[in-house]
Design a protein around this ligand. Structure first.
Ligand code: PLP
Length: 369
């Protein structure tokens, strides 16, 4: 099936660009003609706007969500011999970042709603554990009050993987504002998206922020002088101008996704299909709307036959990737969900009719199966 034959696309970046083109292109042109492409005022403006949005003291923009995680771990001096507890139902970057600094990812299971199983996480803490890394997958925040309490009790640091959770809240606070650091991605598929790779870190710790600002830029304290051995991980000015433009629309984007999710929840509520229930103290930003059902693969095929795209995030849990030689670890919910999860289209360009159409075909599928 050609892309143009799809009725309901999972994501619609071309539509996003065609709507923004008239206002956005002159801004990009202005950056291009300024000749200031690296660590420019546009980048500083982005960092300052994010501090405002997040209600955090410091924002350090970097060139991907993966780098945001790696640099966050480095800033806490996580190294070989250390363990970081995280989830295996995430994108590979969460574990890869831990490996990249030489530490060992230790996986805990998740609850039915895909958030970190706090009791299982606590049972995996030992003398090597240095950091807890909850992943706010799909834009649904983990139980941060409990996680922070356990971290404090055990003298552990917390790095929140917020790649999918910009704008999500828990007890009135934004994702990324609970732990020592929050690491975000602005990959094109995220709710706040650049037109290429990008990311940022937020923290309230000045020492960490100062370190990260040096680390992302080869340790330069001046053009000539280097204070530490660093790397190159800078958000460029073109991505920054796009993100500054799109940040203004982020709340609208999230509200539309929340609305689309509410139509799914209302229409699917009496069917034999699971989706996470609302929690009164949280706002899920619905980067993804994930349902769980036994014959997920057949529903995916059925929807596609009816010109509706859906996706699986992610079909192989990280601990089951061949790279992990110890395949004996059992994570019951994580493994079960990998076979049953399906992300339905929820992007902000879909309207009520589109979502109702998806629900119509889901009902039809359940009737004949
Ligand atoms: C949960 C999670 N963590 C980390 C990342 C890495 O972000 P990036 O692709 O910007 O490196 C992603 C990206 O999809 C993600 O979904």
């Amino acid at each position: 099936m050609k892309k143009s034959d799809i009725w309901i696309p999972y994501i619609n970046l071309s539509k996003q660009f065609s709507e923004e083109k008239k206002s956005l292109l002159p801004k990009i042109e202005k950056v291009l003609s300024s000749g200031k492409y690296i660590l420019s005022d546009e980048v500083k403006k982005f960092e300052s706007k994010i501090c405002n949005y997040q209600n955090m003291k410091f924002c350090i923009s970097v060139n991907s969500g993966t780098d945001a995680l790696i640099l966050s771990l480095l800033s806490l001096n996580v190294k070989s011999g250390d363990e970081v507890i995280t989830q295996a139902n995430s994108y590979i970057a969460s574990a890869a970042a831990i490996k990249a600094v030489g530490a060992k990812p230790v996986f805990c299971d998740v609850y039915d709603d895909q958030t970190m199983n706090v009791e299982d996480m606590e049972s995996k803490i030992n003398f090597r554990t240095k950091v807890i890394m909850p992943v706010h997958l799909t834009g649904r925040m983990c139980e941060m009050n409990k996680i922070m309490k356990i971290a404090k009790k055990n003298n552990l640091k917390v790095v929140e993987d917020c790649a999918q959770s910009i704008g999500s809240t828990y007890s009135g606070k934004k994702s990324g504002s609970f732990g020592d650091l929050g690491a975000f991605s602005t990959h094109p598929l995220k709710n706040l998206n650049a037109c290429g790779d990008g990311g940022f870190i937020v923290t309230n710790n000045k020492k960490i922020s100062d370190y990260l600002k040096l680390k992302r830029n080869h340790g330069h304290i001046s053009r000539e002088k280097i204070k530490l051995f660093g790397t190159v991980s800078r958000l460029d000015s073109i991505q920054a101008v796009i993100l500054n433009f799109r940040l203004k629309k982020l709340e609208k984007v999230i509200k539309k996704r929340v609305k689309n999710a509410s139509i799914y929840k209302e229409t699917l509520k009496d069917l034999d299909i699971y989706y996470p229930k609302d929690r009164s103290n949280c706002r899920d930003s619905y980067h993804l709307f994930v349902v769980q059902l036994k014959n997920r693969n057949n529903l995916k095929k059925f929807l596609f036959k009816n010109k509706i795209e859906s996706n699986v995030h992610y079909p192989i849990p990280i601990h089951k990737q061949k790279l992990f030689t110890d395949q004996s670890q059992a994570l019951h919910n994580t493994e079960k969900q990998a076979n049953e999860i399906l992300s339905l289209p929820i992007n902000q360009y879909l309207n009520e009719n589109d979502i109702n159409k998806v629900c119509y075909f889901i009902k039809k599928f359940l009737q004949i199966n």
